[in-house]
Design a protein around this ligand. Structure first.
Ligand code: SAM
Ligand code: SF4
Length: 344
């Protein structure tokens, strides 16, 4: 029997404590967004290689013992995985997990919003890159804008108090929709967030200049409306910064956010790691090195020994976590895998 150590919070070698875990539960998806997946010829992870719900629960509980308080389920599209509601209920019951979140394209929310809420899901991020039906179809290759909007409305009706709508902003594609998207979200009492396009996995269909910078986004919104950093220090938990915005026809209290992953990097405050569908622990989105937790989970050992081994493996991955990512505006992709296979 391996001697169990008293649990201490997971931290990396730069002293950053890990309190947030993102778990990609599938690399499959019902959309084929052009920046995330190729149209066809995808080699999906064979099902036996994908972590089972029991394995995911075991990994999350080890993280929870070591200070993780917030978990996000992502993918691929997490809602295409069978019985995802059961997984939500099981993760929610893990001692220490205070906030359980999920990122989705919303296509299946008309059916699943209520059961997810009832199972204990706390928060939703919903992706919506365009409000124009044709563009939406172009970007998602299969998407159905009306159904996604119905999914957002189903989430509101189910009583989710925290819903954020996210759009990746791409030059020449949807950068003329910032104001419409802010209006759309504000009209439903939600916060719109814009994400800088990241050079993840493979050639991007838009070329090198696709990333609209945070600075450009702020400028575009402030040309139309009055914008002020909120809070004025810009300090909030997480990678977004928020602005209050007032102007023509906007409801009082309208805000929007920007996730400036590329040009105004927030790595100094990074508190997160990721687990891929195959159980690869990735200390950084932009670093292809992964530690295989699945093989540890599947090797014969007592439950207690397995937990110690998992914790030791996680500590070694954290030890290798780099100080910052290597995104820049003119370099090529920094990862071999596409976003759907990592978990955005
Ligand atoms: N299927 C779900 C969805 O679309 O919300 C969850 C997985 S998806 C990979 C998570 C997020 O990553 C989405 O908001 C998507 O727009 C974003 N994403 C994918 N590729 C990206 C890229 N290259 N740069 C920035 N964001 C990206
Ligand atoms: Fe699917 Fe989300 Fe990737 Fe679009 S961004 S292909 S919805 S995983």
């Amino acid at each position: 029997m391996i001697e169990s150590k008293p649990t201490s919070p997971f931290a990396d070698s730069f002293g950053r404590q890990i309190s947030y875990l993102r778990v990609s539960i599938t690399d499959r998806c019902n959309f084929r967004c052009v920046y995330c997946m190729p149209e066809d010829g995808i080699n999906f992870v064979p099902r036996p290689e994908i972590l089972t719900y029991e394995e995911i629960t075991e990994i999350v509980s080890v993280f929870a013992e070591h200070g993780v308080r917030r978990v996000r389920l992502t993918g691929g599209e997490p809602l295409v995985r069978a019985d995802v509601v059961d997984l939500v209920a099981s993760l929610k019951s893990i001692p220490g997990i205070e906030e359980l979140c999920l990122t989705t394209n919303a296509f299946l929310l008309p059916k699943l919003a209520e059961p997810l809420k009832a199972a204990g899901l706390d928060q939703l991020n919903i992706s919506l890159d365009s409000l124009r039906a044709e563009r939406f179809e172009e970007i998602t290759r299969v998407g159905d804008l009306e159904r996604v909007i119905a999914g957002i409305d189903a989430a509101i009706a189910a009583g989710f108090e925290s819903i954020k709508v996210n759009a990746v902003v791409v030059r020449g594609f949807n950068d003329d929709e910032l104001l419409d998207l802010i209006r759309f979200a504000a009209g439903r009492g939600l916060i719109m967030r814009f994400i800088e396009f990241m050079p993840i996995g493979g050639d991007t269909v838009w070329g090198d200049n696709a990333c609209v910078t945070a600075q450009e986004m702020r400028q575009a919104v402030s040309e139309a409306w009055t914008v002020s950093l909120d809070p004025p220090t810009g300090k909030v938990a997480g990678p977004s910064r928020y602005w209050s915005v007032s102007g023509d026809g906007l409801p009082a209290g309208t805000k929007f956010g920007i996730i400036s992953a590329v040009t105004e990097c927030f790595c100094a405050d990074c508190n997160r790691v990721r687990v891929t569908p195959k159980g690869g622990l990735r200390a950084c989105l932009a670093d292809d090195r992964e530690i295989n937790l699945r093989d540890l989970l599947r090797s014969p050992a007592s439950p207690e020994d397995r937990r110690v081994r998992l914790a030791t493996a996680i500590e070694s991955a954290l030890f290798g976590k780099k100080e910052k990512h290597a995104f820049d505006l003119d370099g090529g992709a920094v990862t071999g895998k596409r976003m759907h296979a990592i978990g955005g």
